[in-house]
Design a protein around this ligand. Structure first.
Ligand SMILES: Cc1cc2nc3c(=O)[nH]c(=O)nc-3n(C[C@H](O)[C@H](O)[C@H](O)COP(=O)(O)OP(=O)(O)OC[C@H]3O[C@@H](n4cnc5c(N)ncnc54)[C@H](O)[C@@H]3O)c2cc1C
Length: 431
């Protein structure tokens, strides 16, 4: 059909209505699915690092189950692990910098990737809840320098408060005489917990207000009273450090409450009067980070898909490459379709978040839910395509399968993402 800017009416002879056909877009109105030159350069840059530095080291650090400090240092040297990179990411008007970087880095390895980008959750908490002065003071300290690497950690989960973050038991009490907060309690499953320089922890100040009585606090480097509890031995992402964080009469300056005490007290007063709630501290952090976490899952899935595709072309059984069987080729078709759909959901959510569009249908949760479950399914199919060769540690697909599983658990389990989406689309408090 010839495109014209004039409204058109359809022919009545076939029974169609006379509703005007939408006009062709005016010159200048643009929609593009293509990355721009800067984004392509970024993709290439992070991919190069993932391919040359991260992937070759992945097996070793997975087996060692230790934080890969030398690799974090390499990332800092090229500027990938830095305040400047994160600042540029948050400033990108399309919102795609973080998803692109995450997908490429986690294509290299998820355990190492999380060791490098694990500080981002802490940074997101500071940016989402802090004042401009707090952002400038604390965010650079989450990175340090290439010569002195520093890490950030974000702790909300507790032994009895996982999905239900409203039931936090750990407490923050304000000591007016000293203008200090006194923190007590145990946080669990904390990425970089205890080895981080900057910890942001979400604690209850007014337990009677539930999650509306929670606030986020920065625990500055070297503060007495914060320590690491047990370090967990995990199923996957084993290069990433996960541990308990114990707060035992940990005293921090009064100014370390994110957003300031005055704003927090105003919020608590509104809650007591039954007035509408703004978003809660932990939720503000997770809303901001879910698309990037979804992108990490896309990276793992893509790694497994690419590996399985090459294997299927080369592996001969019954006198022909196994990919010539629909049973195998269709698996690969479904894997690729799931990966591309995940990426589109991730990019949409990242773009919406950056351009201030409300997640009215839980779009942030959709991206993390779909990408996480796709990664589990794709890595599982990759093992199936490789048979016994996929099940052993000399090939990386078994590691990718173990790594993928965390994406249906952390930053909100799949069930919790479905709760968020179903509540958003129905307006009903689904349980
Ligand atoms: C490796 C790793 C790293 C982590 N990093 C961090 C971190 O840096 N900071 C941090 O704060 N936390 C972190 N976590 C914690 C993570 O976010 C929690 O494990 C997750 O939120 C689930 O909580 P839970 O483990 O207590 O499970 P539970 O909440 O006990 O859930 C158990 C099961 O019940 C389901 N369930 C619970 N409630 C409902 C419901 N209402 N409806 C339907 N199903 C429900 C869940 O979906 C799940 O399947 C990490 C966890 C791991 C394993």
């Amino acid at each position: 059909m010839v495109q014209t800017n004039e409204p058109q009416t359809q022919d009545k002879s076939n029974g169609a209505s006379t509703t005007p056909v939408p006009t062709a877009p005016a010159a200048g109105a643009q929609f593009s699915m293509e990355l721009n030159e800067e984004q392509l350069q970024l993709q290439k840059w992070v991919h190069g690092f993932a391919k040359d530095v991260v992937r070759p080291a992945a097996h070793e650090w997975d087996e060692r189950e230790e934080t890969p400090w030398p690799i974090i240092q390499e990332a800092a040297k090229i500027g990938l692990y830095s305040f400047d990179f994160l600042q540029a990411s948050f400033g990108d008007p399309t919102g795609l910098t973080l998803p692109i970087a995450n997908e490429e880095l986690f294509w290299g390895d998820a355990g190492i990737g999380l060791s490098i980008f694990g500080s981002t959750l802490c940074v997101a908490a500071i940016v989402a809840n802090g004042t401009p002065e707090q952002i400038v003071e604390w965010v650079p300290q989450c990175f340090g320098t290439p010569d002195k690497i520093q890490l950030g950690a974000f702790g909300v989960s507790e032994p009895d408060a996982g999905s239900d973050v409203s039931s936090l038991k750990s407490r923050a009490v304000y000591d007016e005489a000293k203008d200090e907060w006194v923190l007590n309690g145990t946080k669990t499953w904390i990425t970089n917990g205890g080895i981080a320089d900057v910890h942001v922890v979400v604690l209850s100040v007014y337990p009677e207000l539930g999650s509306r009585g929670h606030a986020s606090f920065v625990v500055p480097p070297g503060t007495p009273g914060i320590s690491q509890g047990q370090k967990f031995k995990k199923h996957g992402i084993r290069a990433s450090h996960t541990a308990e964080v114990v707060l035992d009469n940990c005293r921090i300056p009064g100014r370390c409450i994110l957003g300031g005490r005055e704003r927090f007290e105003e919020r608590a007063a509104r809650a007591r009067e039954g007035k509408s709630a703004r978003i809660q501290p932990a939720m503000a952090t997770f809303e901001a980070t879910r698309p990037a976490v979804g992108a990490q899952a896309v990276g793992i899935a893509r790694a497994a898909y690419e590996f399985a595709l090459e294997y299927a072309k080369g592996r001969v059984q019954f006198g022909r490459p196994i990919i010539e069987n629909q049973a195998i080729a269709f698996k690969l078709a479904d894997m690729k379709t799931g990966i591309d759909a995940s990426r589109l959901l991730v990019w949409r959510a990242a773009w919406m978040g950056r351009t201030g569009k409300a997640f009215e249908n839980g779009e942030g949760s959709m991206s993390k839910l779909f990408a996480g479950e796709t990664a589990v399914r794709v890595t599982d199919e990759a093992i199936q395509i490789m048979g016994g060769y996929g099940y052993v540690r000399e090939n990386p697909v078994e590691r990718w399968h173990r790594d993928a599983k965390i994406y249906t658990i952390f930053e909100g389990t799949s069930e919790i993402q479905r709760l968020v989406i179903s509540r958003a689309i129905s307006g009903i408090h689904i349980k």
